[in-house]
Ligand binder design. Structure first.
Ligand code: DAH
Length: 370
């Protein structure tokens, strides 16, 4: 065996047996480092005769390459073993409780909107939506509020500055009633068909004090068919309030009123009582009987509105109602400051908010009380 063969066997054996990365690196330096033994041999090529170099050159080059390859191979083996050892040593206990993750909560208004949608779904009403940036026609004109109608002025409307060719400005809808028009138009375009919808959502008025915020929430209701009458309206509202407030002793009172888009028009009040200094919907009021709280407006859809929306008023009629959701939320969950609703204070939200994972809070829905 030549010296070179001896060196090679020795190098490859030691590399093969290097116990860890540090030992392997020491071997690399020993053989291939600047002062390494193989590097030293490579340097001797310069002093050889051409004939000798021709023989020794390939031998030494081969030795260097094989050594380097062996080191690379051993390195990979060591790295894999190291990883496997680490994986075997580290174990995860899946039975340990997970660290707590901060969790958001459902805003009370969203919660009540969901409850409202759930109750009306039981009554056969679908949820309809419309744009919050509305045009004048849907927000006013088609609801029988002509350009000169005083109700328009009362609405404290937010207008956009630009005017269209007909001198109309876009606006932030002041109520959810334009969704009535959009829904009826879609239904009449289909040749006319019964409508049963609610439309919950944001509305805007330039108004701000302890009980008013420039943005607030309403829910609109609309039922159109061939033989709808005011009795259906009263039953629907009463059934709704019983389900929402989860009590049977809720009394509803309708009072004659005026809205341009309904004829006749009524406002509805619910009876409330005082329980521990708090106003609670339902019950039997004080010694004199019920105290009444106004909750919204309603009536039979004005024939002119039906016409605007493409329904023949000789064939179709229906009821509509609108009420404020924020007020309902305060009543149901015992909150007293409307402005806190929209401050976005995380502490308020985590106190009053609802877990997104809880069951709906309504105990029985409509069916349970029918
Ligand atoms: N849109 C009315 C408002 O915001 C509320 C209202 C009254 C809606 C009577 C109706 C209705 O659908 O029939 O003041």
């Amino acid at each position: 065996m030549t010296d070179l063969d001896q060196l090679k066997t020795d190098a490859l054996t030691r590399i093969e047996n290097a116990p860890d990365a540090a030992a392997l690196e020491a071997l690399r330096i020993e053989f291939l480092g600047k002062q390494g033994s193989i590097s030293g041999l490579m340097k001797t090529l310069g002093g050889m005769s051409p004939e000798e170099r021709q023989v020794q050159g390939p031998l030494l080059n081969g030795l260097r390459t094989e050594t380097a390859d062996a080191i690379a191979a051993r390195k990979e083996v060591l790295e894999n073993t190291e990883l496997e050892a680490r994986l075997a040593g580290e174990s995860i206990d899946l039975t340990l409780p997970a660290p707590e993750v901060p969790r958001g909560s459902v805003h009370p208004v969203s919660q009540v909107m969901d409850e409202i949608a759930e109750i009306f779904a039981d009554l056969g009403f679908a949820v309809a939506t419309g744009p919050e940036i509305e045009d004048d026609w849907h927000n006013f004109t088609a609801l029988n509020m002509s350009e000169t109608h005083p109700a328009r002025a009362e609405m404290d409307t937010f207008y956009f500055p630009d005017r269209d060719a007909e001198d109309h400005r876009m606006l932030l809808r002041t109520h959810t009633s334009p969704v009535q028009i959009r829904t009826m138009k879609a239904a009449s375009a289909n040749g006319g068909e019964p409508v049963r919808i609610i439309a919950p959502g944001r509305v805007y008025r330039s108004d701000s004090d302890a009980t008013h915020t420039p943005m607030f929430h309403q829910v609109e209701g609309l039922a159109i068919d061939r033989d709808i009458h005011l009795g259906h309206l009263k039953w629907t509202l009463e059934t709704f309030f019983k389900a929402l407030f989860e009590r049977d002793d809720i009394v509803l009172r309708l009072r004659p009123s005026y809205f341009p888009f309904t004829e006749p028009s009524v406002e509805f009040d619910v009876g409330y009582s005082n329980e521990g200094g708090r106003r609670v919907v339902g019950g039997h009021g004080d010694a004199e009987g019920h105290d009444w709280m106004e909750l919204g407006g309603s009536g039979m859809v004005n024939p002119r509105v039906l016409e605007f929306a493409g329904f023949d008023p000789n064939e179709w009629q229906g009821f509509a109602f609108g009420l404020g959701i924020d007020r309902l939320t305060m009543l149901k969950y015992g909150m007293n400051d409307l402005r806190a609703f929209f401050d976005g204070d995380g502490r308020w939200l985590s106190h009053y908010g609802f877990s997104p994972f809880d069951q709906p809070t309504l105990s029985g829905g409509v069916g349970a009380r029918a």
